[in-house]
Design a protein around this ligand. Structure first.
Ligand code: AGP
Length: 604
């Protein structure tokens, strides 16, 4: 989730831009840059790593008087975190910053290269400025060129563009990534990806809608809607506190990250779903060659994603798949063979146990793949190949959107493997791609549902324990639901295969034993139902989550009637995340920073 700022005015433009980026640090980044235009002179500074590095690079830059400027913090999606890939990106006489993913960038880049344009970076963003300048040669005005450029873009973007052709104007366009425009009584104009950089600077802001575009000068904000019609800017007031702004009005980062799962899943899939196949541009097809087995390895929530995906790899790609807990694999003297693809899953890319198993795999000359949320992390740098989940920074220690994006990547990867191995018909793959495209809508939090979960959470604040139960991929989801509850409510919970309850745990059944039963209609419903009835008959308190009514439940949380079990998986995932959060809230716990936990466990 990159961060964007923009400024038009005369009050120390460099500090306004860099301090604005500082307020966006919570969005996560691995490089940053600013471009300032005064008259027709550009000053540009970029740095890899933390903003301090950018400050140091621009230390001698002390602009005075009027100017316009744009700034950016980059979370790498296309191309490594390097200075060359850092924004702003330069054409001949223009700079651009961009948040999002241009899905058709390769096609546009090929077109521009054929016209003789040379590219400096590996990013999708750079096509924007070159395309603008290509149109500038024939368009009647920079804004006309900007409009023509914008019309060619597919994907998600929040763009700011400045050009020496109009040195007092910032051009903007928004689609799928957030952007706001602000103004104050002093006539200064501001842009930012979210509220917090503008608190204390702007008095009024416009929350741009998808499709909005236009330009801002010292005199005015000129706005057009998605149909290209002039639109009157709708001004709002800003929230009071910066921290609440960073949480974008949510109570916790965890809550914000649950609510933004739809948005980040759309990013995760951007450019990777074709009509009838899944395409990872970062994967060399040779990665699949000669692979007869997959071994997945991770810790914690990432282990649950690994376990759930093992069902998908075997079902779709008909390839033997094993799953390991990293801290166990390290010391069990495992049999690691070169024809096995070793896949590590890690949000941080720094978890010590997982990193060590990756080193073991490399030593055993296995092909290695990491599925990670942080580019340039230790695991990304070490593995033969990597797939970024594009979840953006996850600040809640209890992982939510990182898990969701891991699952989406693994589901897609199982289909890519199936295609490579010829184990699924094209039509069957296309149908699953259709379901994948439903994910953003599937995980959107329904206010009524959240309210219902808030209310029923009061019944689950005590008892002698929780069993989360499920079958097939819903067993790893049950493990994940139990972990979520444990780590933020500190109540004891365990995930269990539904079919295993009768082999001992059912001895615990009584009214004080809470069973959270995952009952998808599209996966072994009747089998699960009979397991739950065994518990209900022994008076265990049952909370059933299902798209089918179940009259023997003490509590029932309905999900939508879904066509595919993986859509039921994702919707139940959201229910479990909300349930654990609301129980923790009632217990007065620190939802974002639970006791004893760290966001990244970099020690054994
Ligand atoms: C998840 O809610 C936990 N915070 C924890 O289990 C985490 O998933 C685990 O430590 C692995 O972290 P990683 O994904 O960064 O490797």
């Amino acid at each position: 989730m990159c961060g964007i700022v923009g400024y038009i005015g005369s009050n120390n433009i460099k500090d306004v831009l860099i301090e604005g980026l500082q307020e966006l640090e919570y969005r996560g980044y691995d490089s940053a840059g600013i471009a300032v235009l005064q008259n027709t002179d550009f000053a540009v500074y970029k740095a890899v790593g933390k903003l301090e590095n950018l400050r140091n690079k621009a230390a001698s830059f002390a602009p005075e008087g009027f100017g316009i400027g744009i700034g950016h913090t980059r979370w790498a999606t296309h191309g490594k975190p390097t200075e060359l890939n850092a924004h702003p990106h330069l054409g001949q006489s223009s700079y651009v910053v961009h948040n999002g993913i241009i899905e058709n960038y390769q096609e546009l880049k090929n077109e521009l290269v054929a016209q003789g344009v040379s590219f400096l970076s590996q990013t999708d963003t750079e096509v924007i400025v070159h395309l603008f300048e290509a149109y500038l040669k024939t368009a009647g005005s920079p804004f006309e060129a900007f409009k023509q450029m914008r019309a060619r873009l597919e994907g998600a973007y929040a763009i700011l563009l400045v050009t020496t052709s109009e040195p007092e104007t910032i051009y903007f366009a928004k689609h799928g990534s957030p952007m706001i425009v602000g103004r104050n009584r002093g006539g200064e104009k501001f842009f930012a990806s979210s509220d917090s950089p503008l608190i204390g600077l702007a008095q009024e802001v416009v929350y741009l809608k998808d499709g909005d575009f236009g330009y801002v000068t010292p005199a005015a904000i000129t706005l057009y809607d998605g149909s290209g019609n002039p639109a009157a800017p709708l001004f709002s007031t800003l929230p009071e506190s910066k921290l609440s702004a960073q949480k974008e009005g949510f109570r916790f980062f965890m809550e914000k990250e649950i609510y933004e799962q739809g948005e980040v899943l759309a990013d995760t899939m951007l450019g990777r779903l074709k009509e009838q196949e899944v395409y990872f541009e970062e994967l060399d097809p040779q990665l699949f060659a000669g692979v007869n087995e997959i071994k997945l390895c991770a810790c914690g929530t990432s282990y649950h994603a690994a376990l759930a995906s093992s069902y998908l790899f075997e079902r779709h790609a008909r390839i033997r798949t094993s799953v390991e807990i990293a801290s166990e694999l390290r010391y069990k003297e495992p049999l690691l063979s070169p024809d096995t693809l070793f896949v590590v899953i890690s949000q941080s890319g720094e978890t010590a146990d997982t990193l060590e198993t990756l080193k073991m795999a490399k030593a055993a000359e296995m092909k290695t793949l990491v599925i990670c949320n942080v580019d340039n992390s230790s695991m990304v740098r070490l593995a033969d190949a990597s797939i970024l989940t594009r979840a953006g920074i996850e600040k809640g220690v209890a992982s939510t959107k990182a898990f969701a994006t891991q699952m989406a990547v693994l589901w897609m990867l199982s289909l890519a493997f199936a295609k490579a191995r010829g184990t699924m018909e094209t039509g069957a793959i296309a149908e699953q791609i259709r379901h994948l495209r439903e994910l953003p809508a599937c995980v959107r939090v329904d206010d009524a549902l959240h309210e219902r979960i808030k209310r029923l959470s009061k019944r689950y604040l005590h008892g002698h324990g929780f069993f989360f139960i499920g079958r097939d991929v819903f067993y790893p989801l049950a493990l994940e639901g139990a972990l979520k509850l444990k780590e933020i409510s500190y109540l004891h919970a365990e995930g269990y295969p539904s079919g295993e309850m009768k082999h001992g745990p059912i001895a615990l059944a009584d009214p004080e034993l809470f069973t959270i039963a995952l009952m998808p209609k599209n996966m072994l419903y009747d089998k699960t139902k009979s397991n739950v009835e065994e518990l209900s008959a022994r008076d265990s308190t049952i909370c059933a989550i299902s798209d089918k009514p179940f009259e023997k439940a003490d509590d029932f949380i309905p999900i939508h009637d879904r066509e595919h079990y993986m859509l039921e998986f994702f919707e139940m995932m959201v229910v479990l995340q909300l349930l654990s959060m609301e129980v923790a809230v009632r217990l007065g716990n620190d939802v974002d920073m639970p006791r004893n936990l760290a966001k990244s466990v970099t020690v054994e």
